[in-house]
Design a protein around this ligand. Sequence first.
Ligand SMILES: [Zn+2]
Length: 285
Amino acid sequence: MPELPEVEITARLVGAAVAGARVESTLAPGINAVKTFDPPLHALDGAAFVAEDPIVRRGKQFVLRFDNGLVVLLHLMSAGRLQLYGRRAGPRDRTSRVLWRLDDGRELRLREFGTKQAAWVKTLPGIEAVDAEESVATLGPEAWPDPPPFGPLLAHARPLHTLLRDQRVIAGIGRSWVDEILWQARLSPFKRGKDLSDAEADALRQASIESLGGAIDHYAATLSLPLPDRLPLPLKVHRRQGEPCPSCGEELKAVHYEDYTIAYCPLEQTDGKVLKDRRMSRLLK
Ligand SMILES: [Zn+2]
């Protein structure tokens, strides 16, 4: 669930708080989350977070930078959180995956909610190694703050809803923000990327920059540490099917899939057409 705005604000707030802080020890209660063994997790013990930009973002991933040259690449996947606490976690916190215990008593925690263990951490020998990792090397351009023109970028036969969430096409957008971006651009989630007019491609790029940037600004104005387990996402259409469209008042509709739901305004995005609800039509067969 954490997408570009949520990862960006976490990197900023947690990064500012850990700048220069020294790691005393590293623990991995969720050993499956650790995807590298050389350098070992404990190679960070005694190292300090660099003073400037100690946590940066690549798409939806975090890069933690240390003064001994090592870096940690971290992906929250759908249910992970990176949180900083003033005290150390008790052994009963089942959400703990990896703990970086700081020598001032604080603790940076990778936690994960739900039953799946999908979030992961890699300790790497340097920033070049991060850029060579497949999850980073295959990323498309960042969706914010200044993505390239969307016309050439999205010139594929796939629908916009799929293209915008494809990290290899454009990095940072997921299931929540894609609905907001398409709604703001007044485009159907099922329009094909290659069918965008120049004006539509420009509007979509602008909507992307404004939606993601607006969310980051909102978080910057409202959030402080410690970050809550659930960030209050300032969403206008996603998960709001059945409610009136904030722009035109029409009832927002949704198409349900096994893993996600597309919400949209039929009046402004699909020429008044209500799209087939695939979940319902499957149940009714
Ligand atoms: Zn509307």
